[in-house]
Ligand binder design. Structure first.
Ligand SMILES: Cc1cc2nc3c(=O)[nH]c(=O)nc-3n(C[C@H](O)[C@H](O)[C@H](O)COP(=O)(O)OP(=O)(O)OC[C@H]3O[C@@H](n4cnc5c(N)ncnc54)[C@H](O)[C@@H]3O)c2cc1C
Length: 600
């Protein structure tokens, strides 16, 4: 049983977490690590074992049989049921272990999307919102992989604006079935799915509802496999519903609550994108190091050059920091889940509400994780030089595959808006976040250049993290006071504020991890030293990002004395952080190169 959750969603901004309450990846158990190893081994053997050139050329339409063969093998190992309760034939993994599972899926390139969809957006709607009868009917087949599943929200006319979907369901005269008409687009796993969660409006409703739709109901036809830039082996099709007859009992959850359900499923999908990104970055590091240590130019391995070490150091720092944030929140979801169950929530409510709680952090992690994995793939191509551009090495495939992560599960622009919007909602509407207290304590904290841990290990770093949080609160408060409800239309400022918020959360997660490791007996000094350097490197870049975002925001809304005062505050609070980034990146790169992988 997980311990009590101390971090309510978004509260990282207002309260200092204690290291004792923060989960760090070094605390995964043997059993959890075994799951991670089995996924890794599977992907290496069954996907990469086909040969990278073959995987790169795999096509969802032409190679459907091969994709389905790998899917069946994965199903035989129980992979399709990771999030399904044991009662229905699944593994019933806790959420954090499902993130670890997702991290390792990344080694399967586009096949990761196939299993990822089955275990996440495909199966979670029934797992979280289904009635007992619906679960008994659908989950065993989904968990065993006998029935592929998919999630149908997007339509040609409604992508980011998902609630404007036009698909309609009308109850028939007998009152026994909904008759569904509409068109869904970009549906992952749609080419082989037998069970679809479809979001549509009932009659003249303004809000979406959700339905469990079986292919066998009839009235369903599929478009051709989309010709995509990447994840080519992953099936993506349009799905057309033409008088599709759905039994009334297949309404999922409450009528009109489909949009909320869709968004909450995406919260889980978002943090999983970050987890997959961590897996992609670790794998990317391993492959680039392998290449860079063998490729000789100017009589030296290219890994000896500072310009290459700089890239490796940056990728490693991003991996470490984002990994810290992912598993910190994964563990909070589990704690909240157990806490809600204990307080008498139903199994469904505990799953739904524990996920919803961390919508802010999930949006942050999706944005930062996807951007970091895309940068990693780009830099991996650079390290491989011409060979990175060749289809032979698989690096260009990783670059193309990674790119989708900035688009689906809500584009990064939508997720930036969401992180800020959720913060405002929690601070000013539901008042779950005690912003009034911050109003009283922040000015004093700034005056003292407040350090939450007073002195000792990493006190400068925690001061900077705290300054990032306080600066976010001050600039957001000033922008809100000046622009009021018009702030939502000033999206450029919203993007800037979301970036400061994200930097505060990820940098804090990295330092809480390092601090906790430092407090633990038996931590290896050499790895702690490298991990500390990686966290410091992340903070160094995070301060730059936040400085730029803060100045952009201030220049965009403030004027006169206020502008002068706020910019001065940025200079004071995000003053120069005195590390030597060149030396630290070299040390981190040398360490990782010596280990031949990101084995921290
Ligand atoms: C390979 C792939 C697989 C997918 N799988 C699935 C799936 O399984 N199920 C499913 O339902 N969907 C799926 N999608 C759809 C995906 O979630 C959408 O593509 C995504 O949400 C963006 O919608 P859109 O493509 O219509 O872009 P649009 O919404 O048209 O956005 C285009 C651009 O405008 C920006 N934009 C839009 N609205 C705003 C706004 N209010 N303010 C500022 N900027 C804005 C966006 O950020 C983006 O940059 C998939 C897509 C792809 C490409």
């Amino acid at each position: 049983m997980a311990s009590k959750s101390k971090l309510i969603g978004g509260s990282f901004l207002l309260e200092q977490a204690n290291t004792a309450d923060v989960f760090i990846p070094e605390e995964f158990t043997e059993e959890q690590l075994m799951i991670s190893t089995s996924v890794k081994e599977f992907m290496l053997k069954e996907v990469q074992g086909l040969g990278i050139a073959k995987v790169a050329a795999m096509d969802a339409e032409k190679d459907k049989d091969l994709v389905m063969e790998v899917f069946k093998k994965a199903s035989a190992l129980g992979f399709c049921g990771v999030s399904v309760d044991e009662k229905y034939g699944g593994m019933g993994l806790d959420f954090n272990t499902s993130l670890l599972f997702t991290e390792n899926l990344a080694l399967g390139f586009s096949f990761a999307t196939t299993i990822g969809c089955q275990t996440s957006i495909g199966s979670l709607p029934v797992t979280w919102y289904g009635t007992e009868a619906q679960k008994e009917q659908y989950l065993p087949g989904i968990a065993s992989g006998e029935r592929g599943c998919s999630y149908c929200l997007t339509e040609p006319g409604s992508g980011s604006d998902a609630n404007s979907a036009k698909s309609r369901a009308v109850l028939n005269a007998e009152g026994t079935h909904y008759i569904l008409n509409g068109q869904k687009m970009w549906i992952t796993n749609g080419g082989f799915a037998e069970v679809f969660t479809v979001f549509a409006k009932i009659e003249n409703d303004e809000k979406l509802s959700a339905f469990i739709v079986e292919k066998s109901f009839g009235g369903i036809s599929l478009g051709k496999e989309e010709k995509k830039m990447g994840i080519k082996a992953s099936s993506t099709v349009q799905v057309f519903f033409n008088n599709c007859k759905i039994p009334k009992e297949n309404l999922l959850g409450e009528r009109g609550k489909g949009f909320n359900m869709a968004l909450n499923i995406l919260n889980s999908g978002r943090i999983k994108i970050a987890a997959g990104g961590v897996g992609g970055m670790k794998y990317g590091l391993e492959k680039t190091i392998e290449y860079a240590t063998q490729r000789i130019q100017f009589n030296k391995p290219i890994s000896d050059f500072g310009a290459m070490k700089q890239k490796i150091g940056i990728i490693a720092a991003n991996t470490f920091a984002i990994e810290s944030g992912v598993y910190r929140i994964g563990a909070e979801v589990d704690k909240k889940h157990d806490e809600l169950l204990k307080a008498g929530s139903s199994g469904n409510d505990a799953k739904i509400n524990s996920m919803r709680e961390y919508a802010i952090e999930c949006a942050i992690l999706k944005v930062i994780g996807s951007e970091a994995v895309c940068n990693t793939a780009d830099e991996a191509i650079q390290i491989f030089g011409g060979m990175g551009y060749s289809m032979e090495t698989g690096v260009e495939m990783a670059y193309r595959d990674a790119r989708i992560t900035k688009i689906y599960e809500g584009t990064n622009e939508i997720n930036r808006m969401l992180s800020l919007g959720e913060f405002y909602k929690r601070a000013f509407v539901t008042k779950e976040l005690n912003i009034k207290k911050a109003g009283r304590t922040v000015p004093a904290a700034i005056a003292q250049n407040f350090n939450p841990f007073k002195s000792g290990m990493l006190s400068t770093e925690f001061m900077f993290v705290n300054n990032l949080k306080n600066l976010f609160l001050i600039i957001t408060g000033a922008a809100g006071a000046k622009l009021k409800e018009k702030l939502v239309d000033e999206q450029e400022i919203v993007m800037n504020l979301a970036d400061i918020l994200a930097m505060a959360f990820i940098a804090e997660s990295a330092f809480l991890r390092v601090k906790k490791l430092g407090e633990k007996a038996g931590t290896d000094k050499a790895t702690l030293d490298i991990k500390t350097k990686l966290a410091q490197l992340y903070l160094y870049d995070a301060l730059d990002t936040a400085r730029k975002a803060a100045n952009n925001a201030i220049d965009s809304f403030a004027g006169g004395v206020q502008k002068f005062a706020l910019k001065r505050l940025v200079r004071i609070m995000l003053k120069s952080y005195s590390i030597n980034p060149k030396d630290l990146r070299r040390e981190a790169a040398d360490y990782i190169i010596s280990k031949k992988s990101y084995s921290l």
